[in-house]
Each structure stands twice: as structure tokens, then as C-alpha cells.
Ligand binder design. Sequence first.
Ligand code: ZN
Length: 201
Amino acid sequence: MSFPGGNGRTLSPRRILHLGEPHLRQKASWVDPDDIPGVEIQRIIDDLVMTMRAARGAGLAATQIGETARICVIEVDNNPRYPYKPPIPLTVLVNPTWVPLTEERFVNNEGCLSVPGLRGDVARLTEIRVNALDRNGAEMVLTVRGLSAGTYQHECDHLDGILFVDKLEDPASLSTWENFERYRREEYLVRVAALVDRYGQ
Ligand code: ZN
């Protein structure tokens, strides 16, 4: 998949790094807000969006495509990998940080484009406040709840070199996608529906 980008550059999806590649474990560097409008940062953002969409991910962080800038993108729109996820419009987060708004957690079952073929249970906070800059350098403050809060926490973890497999609630919850479908999906969907019902996201 490719299409002409700004300045005549042809955009094509970047390679997504997989578990075991050392760069995935690096902490991303804070972006100088003055650099956000520049070609380099704008190109990383374009690449992240395009690569996330091509891979059908719900989010993608710069560390996953070999970049060091503290940037991630999130978008959920009838995602076939995660059909139960409520929609999230395309959101570009530069220098994201978050704080808990509750101590309550839910057990999510997560996959990751950098951990191909596997899913596992991770406890995530149900309500957080996210601070970030958008791709124009404007400040954003978002309150994120429910299942969507898990997506934000997963992407922000990537920028600290953390993968979902580091945070497994129980190592035995790690499974292939096929076995998740076979043994866990039904029970998980009931829990997720209750969460989404409660928070609307
Ligand atoms: Zn991931």
C-alpha cells in the first residue's frame, strides 16, 4: 500500500519491529515542541498512521518502527483484529503522559503488532487523564475510560520500552490468537461488553 504524500514523497508502511529487537526496549526521547512542525517529526507521524492502518493495528508507537521520538498514534474504526473495541478517532500523541483518575483496574486481553501471534491478560486502569501535544503542537488533555483507557496505556508503555508481555496478569494467560478464539473469547467478550456499557468507551 502506498500513496503520494506531501512534498511528492511516496508513503509506504514501515517495518514493524518484533519482540527481541533491542530498539523496542529503548525509552523514547522527548520531542522539542519547536521541532513538531518540522519535516522530520511530521514524517514520523505520517509513517506511524500509515503503518498502523496497513497492519490493522489499534495503535502504534514510534519505538515500534525504529524511531526514538516520543510519539504514538491511536485509531479504532471497525477494527477486524479487535471487533469489540469502541471507536477512537485518529489521535496523534506527541510527548504523552498520563495520570490515574482511579485505582480501579480491569483485566484486558491484549495483542500487539510487535508480539505477532500472541495475546495475554494485562491489568489496566479504567480511567486516566492523558496530556500530550497534537501534530500541530497544540496541548491536549483527554480523559479516557474503559477499554479505550487500556489502549492508551498500552501505547504509552511502548514509549518507555515496555511490552504487554512484561505485565502479564498470569503467564498462563499468554496464548495464540487461535486459542484465544477457541478458549477465552466468549468469556472475555462478556466482560468487555460490561466495561464498554459502563463507560461508553
Ligand atoms: Zn503494542
